[in-house]
Design a protein around this ligand. Structure first.
Ligand SMILES: O=C1O[C@H](COP(=O)(O)O)[C@@H](O)[C@H](O)[C@H]1O
Length: 263
């Protein structure tokens, strides 16, 4: 459990959101380089890659792509060139747009030889994390420098869905799910404890379709009222002031929780 409250940044436009998100990522990169001269990031699918891939980020001379190691916060059990693949989405929206002279990140996709069995797929991805994070230190949990998350209209994040038993996972770094309520049903996801252990966590939520869920996440207290806490709200509770939300007015303008208008 981390102390403090998440920060809720609300911007009038998507362009303003992207600009501050870029500044935030740059700061996270600087913090990571001071720590271990590499930037270990986990990214989500959905709307996140398009918001992340701003002109500013893609053309920045300060972003050291050659020192980025990119993992997936969640992934669907599909081939990498399938339309549902989060890797495929990131490739299309961001990786393919990085100018070659700016360097190339290391990207760690799922092992497509394990697609028939989601538990094997999750275990193989966990082994990839063990290799990357535990090679130097004997770590109990991987500590990402930054995890970039989306928030579904139902409050899910990664492939952690409301009320799903995976929310109680307290051993595995990566969980398997065969019954996701959003298509496709077969997926793998970082567990809540890995999200909680990251140095920084950033959510991006924009558009009017997120308005209701944003109010539920920030203004309702189901734990006190005996209700179910949404996965995105659980990240807020567990990671506290390590969490920053980047939203637009349509998504979060009506939220009562104290908002900030810039970093
Ligand atoms: O299924 C998924 O949905 C979430 C949220 O997507 P968004 O389009 O509402 O931002 C996404 O973060 C996750 O990676 C993806 O697998």
């Amino acid at each position: 459990m981390s102390a403090g409250h998440p920060k809720l940044y609300v911007f009038p436009t998507a362009a303003a959101l992207q600009s501050d998100l870029y500044t935030y990522v740059l700061q996270a990169q600087a913090d990571a380089f001071a720590r271990h001269n590499i930037f270990k990031v986990a990214v989500s699918g959905g709307s996140l890659p398009a918001y992340l891939a701003s002109h500013e980020l893609l053309n920045s001379r300060d972003i050291r792509w050659d020192k980025w190691e990119i993992f997936f916060a969640d992934e669907r059990a599909v081939p990498l060139d399938h339309p549902d693949s989060n890797y495929g989405l990131l490739k299309k929206k961001l990786l393919d747009k990085i100018p070659i002279e700016r360097g190339t990140p290391v990207v760690v996709p799922i092992d497509v030889d394990k697609l028939d069995d989601t538990q094997e797929l999750a275990d193989a991805y966990e082994q990839a994390l063990v290799k990357s994070f535990a090679a130097k230190d004997s770590v109990k949990l991987p500590m990402f420098d930054l995890i970039l998350l989306g928030c579904g209209n139902d409050g899910h994040t990664c492939s952690l869905f409301p009320g799903h038993p995976l929310l109680r996972e307290d051993v595995a770094w990566v969980g398997a799910i065969d019954d996701a309520p959003k298509s496709p049903p077969r997926r793998i996801t970082l567990s809540l404890m890995v999200l909680q252990h990251a140095l920084k966590v950033a959510f991006v939520a924009a558009g009017a379709s997120k308005h209701e869920v944003m109010k539920r996440i920030f203004d309702e207290h189901p734990d006190v009222q005996g209700g179910q806490v949404l996965p995105s709200a659980l990240v807020n509770q567990r990671a506290g002031d390590k969490v920053s939300w980047f939203c637009d007015e349509d998504a979060a303008g009506g939220v009562a929780f104290p908002k900030k208008s810039s970093l």
